[in-house]
Design a binder for this molecule. Structure first.
Ligand code: MG
Length: 295
């Protein structure tokens, strides 16, 4: 795999993040990679290759890449829950599902008031075990990332699954809700609206969202996946990787040598390695900052 020279474009003097001066390409040859999640117990990264309907596994111990699951319900975003179990958005199956420790799969949600979801896209799990996910239509608008179908739900919304598996609609004024991430203290939830080209900031209280003002406009490309680091900075995928201060200031851009970046995840045993899914490839870069510890 090739390495690409890289450097942060620093836009604000408060940005002091440094790291490798090159991007490592860990994998190339996917069709549209998405949904990276680092699994510390196994020292591997999982990521989706959506149009090829497979979840891939990059092994940190030897750098090998293999197929973790295929078919995979055209899986998109993944996260780990409080018990370390894999929680996945399956665009083809139009559901959010959990992989149990014995490998069996439990459906967490596939309907809202009797109607099938569009195609769940990205997911986060809060400390209380609730599962928050977005539901844009990318898995049903064509057969490329799922199965073409008519939507059953009027619009693209954000949902929360509580500990009793009840599903609540927590935001209903998005065009294309996509990546989402909590602040380290979980008092704030950031959600990207890909179509409108911005990230919104919500206050979280008792499983409800309030506020929702625009936090950041895209400097280039369309926002997709988001992550938050230990200092509360928001790292967002678009045409490259963009980093924002919690006050909304655009701190820096990390250029990625691909047409688009879909998502990112902090990982490695110290969570100081940023994994980036971009178009048909996966990259990583070691940083002197860490992803937020939320377990
Ligand atoms: Mg996404």
């Amino acid at each position: 795999m090739h390495n690409a020279p890289v450097g942060f474009r620093r836009l604000d003097e408060r940005f002091t993040v440094a790291g490798d001066d090159y991007l490592e390409c860990l994998f190339s040859g996917g069709r549209w990679t998405e949904g990276p999640v680092y699994v510390p117990s196994g020292k591997y990264l999982l990521f989706s290759d959506i149009p090829n309907d497979r979840i891939m596994r990059w092994d940190e111990t030897d750098g090998s890449v293999s197929v973790f699951r295929s078919p995979a319900g055209y899986a998109n975003g993944h996260t780990l829950d409080r018990q370390g179990r894999l929680v996945s958005c399956e665009q083809g199956a139009r559901r959010v599902a959990r992989t149990e420790l014995d490998g069996s799969i439990t459906v967490l949600a596939d309907r809202w008031q009797g109607k099938r979801f569009n195609s769940p896209n990205d997911v986060v799990v809060a400390r209380d075990g609730s599962v928050w996910f977005t539901d844009p239509p990318y898995g049903i608008t064509s057969d490329y990332e799922g199965h073409r179908a008519e939507p059953e739900i009027d619009g693209c919304h954000v949902y929360r699954i509580d500990s009793s598996d009840a599903v609540d609609r927590v935001a209903d004024d998005f065009q294309r809700p996509n990546g989402l991430a909590f602040s380290p203290d979980e008092r704030v939830l950031y959600i990207a609206d890909t179509h409108r080209g911005h990230i919104r900031r919500f206050d979280v209280d008792g499983g409800k969202l309030t506020g929702g003002e625009v936090f950041a406009e895209s400097p280039g490309g369309r926002f997709d996946g988001l992550r938050v680091d230990a200092l509360g900075r928001v790292w967002a995928a678009a045409d490259g990787v963009h980093c924002f201060h919690p006050d909304g200031a655009h701190l820096a851009t990390l250029p990625i040598p691909q047409p688009a970046v879909s998502n990112l995840a902090f990982g490695g045993p110290k969570r100081n390695r940023l994994f980036i899914t971009a178009t048909n490839s996966v990259y990583s870069i070691m940083l002197n900052t860490n992803g937020a510890w939320r377990l």
